[in-house]
Every structure is written in structure tokens, then in C-alpha cells.
Design a binder for this molecule. Structure first.
Ligand code: ASP
Length: 280
């Protein structure tokens, strides 16, 4: 394989939304064909998905119970560079802010400091809320009040996910992973998910790259992306590693994994998951 990219639209996203990941994968592959780096390709794919308001990242992110979107995004490449933002508000493309953090002296910026950093780096004030995300908040918080609270927070069946992510390999054999999310719904103000934790939501190293989606709390407990990466280091194919990662969970937990190494890609999930792969 000379180069490749895989994009997902989140655990639980219907397969008939696969045109979203397909557009994102095409944009990333165009960049790779021009000699672009894996890290920029994975960020570009994720940016395209953030701008597609059918998915839970950037525009269209789910809202917390206080009515605001708090977004997490991360990028990592196989040269141990990473950039993360958590709890970012009022910004169009969190993944591009994370990409900027990668070039800063730091790895991780959160909350108000992340917003200040975004503004200083040319990312204007932007409201990512949509009519659909507002409606989901009204309906979901009603359900939350009426029924699911006694079982909360482990009754994951009642949670909405469908965050976005991408993995890529460039023509130089470098790998990268990126992810972006509005988090799970419903969630308390203050909640930060797996995307913000390197090794959990995404991981990249010299042997490949992995991005996970689903219930962040469950992903964090198993440091899932690094675990799947280690499976590839131990000789499993990208597909076998993704399958093994998903098999760590009960089928009732929404989990999805995409992976890439120098010979192939993997896609696995416990639920439907819109995704697309391009390799050549
Ligand atoms: N993993 C994300 C989170 O928990 C949600 C998702 O994948 O849809 O924040």
C-alpha cells in the first residue's frame, strides 16, 4: 500500500450517511496524492466531517444540558507529535485548533485557554449549534428527566454518540490519527471524553494509527486506541486488531474502531457506523 485513509462518522451513525466519510476521505486522499503529510490528511478529513452538520463534531455537535456545545479534538502523528483541545466552545473547527496546538510548546489546551488560543490563531467566534442539535437537547433532556436518570450513568443504550475521526498513511510511510467530538449526549457540564486523552480516542506510532468512537468512558477505561495499536505491533493485521478491540466490549456498548498500518486498514464496530476507506 502506497497511501491510505479511513474516515468514520461515529459509532451509531447510520450507514446511509457514508457519503459524509466518503467526501472526507476523498479530500484527504487528494492531499496525500499531492505529497501532503498524514497528519494534515487526517486533520483535513476530520475538518470536512466537522463541517457536515449530520455528525456530532464541530457544526452540529450535541449540546450539554446547559445548552452549549463543548468540543474535544485531537491529532497525533507517528513522530510523537500531538495536539489536543478539550472543552472548546464557539469555534468552527476544533481539529484545526488541535493541529495548531501541535505546533505550540504544549500538547493540550482546555476550556477558556483553548478558546483564547483559537482566537489568537485566527479562529473566529462561531456558534456550532444547529436547529437539529437544539431539538435533540429538548427531546433528550426530557427523556433524561423522565426515565433514564435512575440508571445513569452506565445505561449506555440511552446515549447518543456519532463523533468523527480519521486515520491516514502518507507516501513517506508516516501515520496519523485525528478525532473530533461534541461528546456523548446527555452529559453533564464539565465532562471530557476519550478524544482528549491520547491513547484512548486516537493513537499513532511508527506501526500505524487508530481512531476509536463510542462511549468515551468505556474507551478511556481500556485505553482503547493504544491497545489496538499494540495488537498491530504484535502481528495482527489492521482488521484483526480492530475486531479484537471491539470484542473487548459487550455488544450493548456502542464502540467503533478504524485502523491503518503499512499493509492495510481495519473497520469494526458493535453498532452501525458510517465509514469510508481509500487506499492505493
Ligand atoms: N467518544 C466520544 C465521546 O465519548 C463520543 C463518540 O465517539 O461519539 O466523547
Amino acid at each position: 500500500m502506497k497511501r491510505g485513509v479511513v474516515v468514520h462518522g461515529g459509532a451509531g451513525s447510520p450507514r446511509n450517511l457514508s457519503d459524509g466519510p466518503a467526501n472526507a476521505a476523498t479530500a484527504a486522499m487528494n492531499l496525500l496524492r499531492k505529497g501532503g503529510r498524514a497528519v494534515d490528511a487526517s486533520a483535513e478529513a476530520t475538518r470536512v466531517m466537522e463541517d457536515d452538520d449530520r455528525f456530532n463534531a464541530g457544526t452540529g455537535s450535541v449540546l450539554r444540558l446547559d445548552g452549549n456545545a463543548y468540543m474535544d479534538a485531537a491529532v497525533m502523528d507517528s513522530e510523537e507529535n500531538c495536539g489536543v483541545v478539550a472543552y472548546l466552545t464557539r469555534t468552527k473547527n476544533p481539529v484545526l485548533v488541535a493541529r495548531k496546538v501541535m505546533e505550540s510548546p504544549h500538547v493540550f489546551l482546555a476550556a477558556d485557554g483553548a478558546v483564547d488560543f483559537a482566537r489568537e490563531n485566527g479562529f473566529d467566534d462561531y456558534d456550532p449549534r444547529t436547529p437539529k442539535s437544539r431539538k435533540r437537547l429538548e427531546k433528550g433532556s426530557d427523556d433524561f428527566r423522565k426515565g433514564s436518570r435512575p440508571e445513569w450513568p452506565r445505561n449506555w443504550k440511552n446515549y447518543k454518540v456519532d463523533t468523527v475521526g480519521a486515520v491516514a498513511m502518507d507516501g513517506m510511510g508516516r501515520f496519523a490519527a485525528a478525532g473530533s467530538t461534541g461528546g456523548t449526549f446527555p452529559a453533564l457540564k464539565g465532562r471530557v471524553g476519550d478524544i482528549a486523552m491520547i491513547g484512548c480516542g486516537i493513537f499513532a506510532g511508527p506501526e500505524g494509527a487508530v481512531a476509536a468512537t463510542g462511549i468515551g468512558e468505556e474507551i478511556i477505561r481500556k485505553v482503547l486506541s493504544k491497545t489496538v495499536y499494540d495488537y498491530m505491533c504484535n502481528g495482527l493485521s489492521a482488521q484483526e486488531a480492530a475486531d479484537k478491540g471491539v470484542s473487548l466490549y459487550d455488544r450493548s456498548v456502542s464502540i467503533g474502531i478504524i485502523s491503518i498500518n503499512s499493509v492495510g486498514v481495519g473497520i469494526a464496530s458493535t453498532t452501525d457506523m458510517a465509514s469510508h476507506q481509500l487506499t492505493e
